[in-house]
Design a protein. Structure first.
Length: 163
């Protein structure tokens, strides 16, 4: 892989995860117009770590998907990249951003399933505990990579005792 393409993809990954982090953090603010979608939807269905797992992931009334509240930041990112990058670089970044968002969304769904097929992996159990902490406290806004949580001091590695 050409070094410039690799650097572009790494930079885009961090831009994408920053967009996701900002969107998630913003949707937790009381006066945020996105709070109704995320906190009023997703967190109302899964209010805390004791009530976080279900047989099938529930989206509520069809509008409380966590990813839905994060889309404005991802769309803005993609539009800005369209103004900055060449068409091929923009397409490459748009595809990577979509894949990152889809993968993290899928991982998030797995956190809420009682019988996740990923349960056998230690990394998954640890990541799920961090996400459970998020449902108890306003910390750990990222589902997977906590780079931005660490930078903005919203990360905690400690979790409540597991079941």
């Amino acid at each position: 892989m050409d070094l410039s393409i690799g650097a572009l993809l790494v930079a885009n990954y961090y831009w994408s995860t920053l967009s996701l982090w900002v969107g998630h953090w913003f949707s937790h603010l009381a006066k945020s117009p996105l709070a109704g979608f995320h906190v009023g939807g997703h967190h109302a269905i899964y209010p805390d770590s004791r009530h976080m797992r279900t047989e099938a992931f529930r989206y509520g009334r069809g509008r409380s998907s966590s990813l839905f509240s994060l889309l404005p930041g991802l769309v803005l990112q993609t539009l800005l990249q369209g103004l900055i990058f060449s068409p091929w670089a923009w397409l490459l970044c748009a595809v990577e951003t979509a894949l990152v968002a889809a993968a993290l969304s899928r991982l998030h769904i797995e956190f809420h399933l009682i019988d996740s097929k990923l349960e056998r992996f230690r990394w998954f159990r640890r990541a799920r505990r961090r996400h459970e902490t998020h449902h108890d406290r306003d910390l750990n806004y990222m589902v997977g990579d906590h780079f931005w949580d660490r930078r903005f001091r919203t990360f905690t590695g400690s979790a409540w005792p597991t079941r």
